[in-house]
Design a protein around this ligand. Structure first.
Ligand code: ATP
Ligand code: MG
Ligand code: FE
Length: 345
């Protein structure tokens, strides 16, 4: 039977419905960008309130687009964490109420498992084992994923996530929230070689990341420029800064591919929407004859289709629904060896 996914971990309210074979029937995403823009970042209390006022409408829209009614559903999957507690509570309580009312099984999903699952949404035959790079607002993590779902953490960021580096860099450049798309757009008019930023490579074979030095380096650059120079070179600054982030991401991902002998790479999470990153990954994968999974844009940033998909996989692999599901705001990807065990506690 169709499965309904609900996502409310941060600043997107989303509901999606997947057919019994995993086909996406609908994926409605209501972004709160306009709510948070004037504050330059997500305000947790406002996020929770916006979820509350939107969620029912979003779920109804997902049902409408899938030409289904509530009674047609067979299960509900909802994001349990990680994320903002107040925001998670809205989605989880809504899902609980709906599941209880309809006597449906309710599955808790790790948001990161959702991002990982997005790689298979548009490419169901993508092979295992594979390397998965999760690049989002809160995570920059390299995993090796096995066919049985086992997930080994290979490396992660020591400080900021790639998405954070984009968002903070954009703020320094005076660009609008969210910063990633803003830098992406501006960088297209600039030359990435005009203003070069240091690549935070750490050791050559390392699978870890570090972006705080890059951020500081942008800060110093801007400090040394007057307002006119900043404006004149904004596009080149954005292009150079973006280049330093995405080069390191591509580099590390392929170090992981090579050192593990795996021939498939999936790159998921909000930052995987970045046009320069997608271009570099595509070229490199082609040159090295590596199978690459890059989700379509709609599945890169937060969405409920990926949550429904991960929930569906959990159900298929035998995870039991629990009646008293609770939010897990600081659910960690380090505990990923057995995601199902983490999720059911
Ligand atoms: P997490 O998934 O780690 O809990 P999150 O859910 O907030 O965090 P996502 O929604 O997956 O993160 O991604 C949001 C991040 O992606 C933001 O940091 C945003 O700036 C970044 N992002 C979105 N589009 C682009 C783009 N085109 N280029 C670069 N970064 C982007
Ligand atoms: Mg967002
Ligand atoms: Fe996310």
């Amino acid at each position: 039977c169709p499965i309904l996914g609900i996502e409310s971990s941060c600043d997107e309210t989303s509901a999606a419905i997947l057919d019994r074979d995993g086909t996406v029937l609908s994926n409605i995403v209501s972004s709160q960008d306009s709510v948070h823009r004037q504050f330059g970042g997500v305000v947790p209390e406002l996020a929770a309130r916006a979820h509350l006022s939107t969620i029912d409408r979003v779920v109804q829209a997902a049902l409408l687009e899938a030409h289904l009614s509530k009674q047609d559903l067979g299960a509900i999957a909802v994001t349990q964490g990680p994320g903002l507690a107040g925001a998670l509570l809205v989605g989880l309580n809504y899902a609980k109420g709906l599941a209880y009312g309809l006597s449906l099984p309710l599955i808790g999903v790790n948001h990161l498992e959702g991002h990982i699952a997005s790689a298979w949404l548009a490419d169901p035959t993508f092979p295992f084992p594979c390397i998965v790079l999760v690049v989002s607002g809160g995570h920059t993590h390299l995993f090796r994923r096995e066919a049985d779902g086992q997930t080994v953490l290979l490396g992660r960021t020591r400080d900021d996530a790639a998405g954070e580096a984009f968002d903070k860099g954009a703020q320094m450049l005076g660009l609008d929230y969210p910063g990633g798309p803003a830098i992406d757009r501006l960088a297209r008019q600039g030359n990435p070689k005009t203003i070069r930023f240091p690549l935070s490579r750490l050791q050559k074979s390392s699978l870890e990341f570090s972006f705080s030095g890059l951020k500081t380096s942008l800060l110093y650059r801007l400090r040394d420029m007057d307002a006119a120079a900043r404006a004149a070179q904004a596009a080149d600054l954005a292009a150079g800064y973006q280049e330093a982030i995405v080069r390191v991401l591509v580099d590390r991902a392929f170090v992981a591919v090579r050192s593990s002998g795996v021939r498939a790479l999936a790159v998921v999470g909000g930052v995987s929407a970045n046009s320069r990153l997608r271009a570099l990954l595509t070229a490199r994968a082609q040159a090295e004859e590596i199978r690459l999974a890059l989700p379509p844009m709609a599945y890169c940033t937060d969405n409920a289709a990926m949550i429904a998909s991960a929930g569906r996989q959990s159900l298929l692999s035998g995870q039991r629904p629990v009646a008293d599901l609770e939010i897990l705001p600081s659910l960690r990807p380090g505990a990923y060896a057995s995601p199902a065990a983490v999720l059911t506690r």
